[in-house]
Design a protein around this ligand. Structure first.
Ligand code: HEC
Ligand code: HEC
Ligand code: HEC
Ligand code: HEC
Ligand code: HEC
Length: 164
């Protein structure tokens, strides 16, 4: 017969489970519209930079505007419930409150442009996004993760590169 768990063990396990950051790779959050990268970037091969064009020229990658979505969805799948939600945002002139997944602490400097121009593929950091129905966090975003690649690719590992 299995021995029942001691109360201390249960408390300890609960603490570990609830400890902030115990799971560095969080599950995909619930998004306001069921947007699938697999459908858009995978099946229909829409290029990443078509929707995340800022990645080429700025620190952030940005998410596409409702206008960009409507460029196709004024015609495509207009009778689907999820597209009806999209039309509602468009009619109300509101942006879609997407839940952010990748986020660094404020004390860290990150720059998409430098990486994109340095020929680091989106997928090296974000994983096989074109296969994901829902985006999940693929990399830990820990300092050790940044440094490992910087050493390998002979990019700067000076503290002031990433901290200011
Ligand atoms: C048709 C437009 C479109 C295309 C094409 C597209 N994306 Fe996205 N992407 C979005 C939207 C909308 C979101 C916000 C909703 C979400 O997280 O799923 C997003 C979110 C993301 C996120 C998460 C951002 C966060 O919250 O941290 C990553 C990473 C990402 N995209 C990478 C890619 C990559 C890599 C490709 C190419 C393989 C790609 N995307 C192609 C529209 C697009
Ligand atoms: C070297 C790793 C790396 C590469 C390459 C990279 N990203 Fe990111 N991405 C990150 C990190 C780190 C964050 C969080 C940045 C922050 O919080 O300041 C992020 C955030 C994002 C976001 C959400 C926030 C934002 O910046 O607007 C999107 C969307 C995104 N990336 C898409 C892309 C796409 C598309 C590509 C390829 C064109 C790409 N990323 C290439 C590491 C990377
Ligand atoms: C380049 C054209 C294009 C752009 C831009 C685009 N989509 Fe799509 N989208 C499609 C196609 C094609 C389908 C597949 C339609 C089908 O299977 O009937 C699709 C399917 C969808 C679906 C699934 C509909 C369903 O229930 O079957 C949703 C939701 C969606 N798109 C949301 C968005 C959002 C949100 C944006 C903007 C961030 C966006 N799309 C931008 C072309 C596009
Ligand atoms: C998969 C590889 C890879 C990962 C992961 C990565 N980087 Fe980089 N990073 C590079 C490369 C390569 C360069 C040099 C690009 C160039 O040639 O300009 C670079 C350059 C940079 C620069 C510009 C350096 C300068 O000289 O101004 C910053 C800032 C930076 N990375 C921050 C980060 C941070 C912060 C992270 C982690 C959140 C990170 N990087 C993760 C590959 C990576
Ligand atoms: C390539 C980018 C990069 C470089 C270079 C870098 N860091 Fe970091 N650092 C990060 C990132 C990303 C984080 C946030 C994630 C984490 O805490 O691991 C961080 C976090 C930290 C923290 C805060 C840890 C905490 O618990 O909040 C300290 C302190 C720190 N770095 C010191 C340094 C020092 C000292 C150097 C130089 C020897 C350095 N870093 C070089 C990317 C970098």
């Amino acid at each position: 017969m299995r021995k029942p768990l001691k109360i201390q063990t249960i408390l300890y396990l609960t603490l570990v489970m609830l400890w902030p950051g115990a799971y560095s790779l969080a599950e995909a959050p619930q998004q306001p519209i069921l947007f699938s990268h697999k459908v858009h970037a995978g099946d229909y091969e829409v290029p990443c930079l078509y929707c995340h064009g800022y990645a080429r020229r700025s620190t952030v990658a940005g998410v596409p505007s409702v206008r960009k979505c409507m460029g196709c969805h004024k015609i495509v799948a207009i009778d689907k419930p999820e597209i009806k939600k999209l039309q509602q945002y468009w009619n109300d002139g509101e942006s879609i409150p997407w839940v952010r997944i990748y986020l660094l602490p404020d004390h860290v400097q990150f720059n998409h442009r430098r990486h994109v121009l340095g020929e680091v593929k989106c997928q090296e950091c974000h994983g096989p996004v074109e296969t994901m129905a829902e985006i999940e966090q693929f990399s830990s975003l820990k300092m050790g993760w940044c440094l490992k690649c910087h050493k390998k690719r002979e990019a700067s590992i000076d503290c002031f590169t990433c901290h200011r």
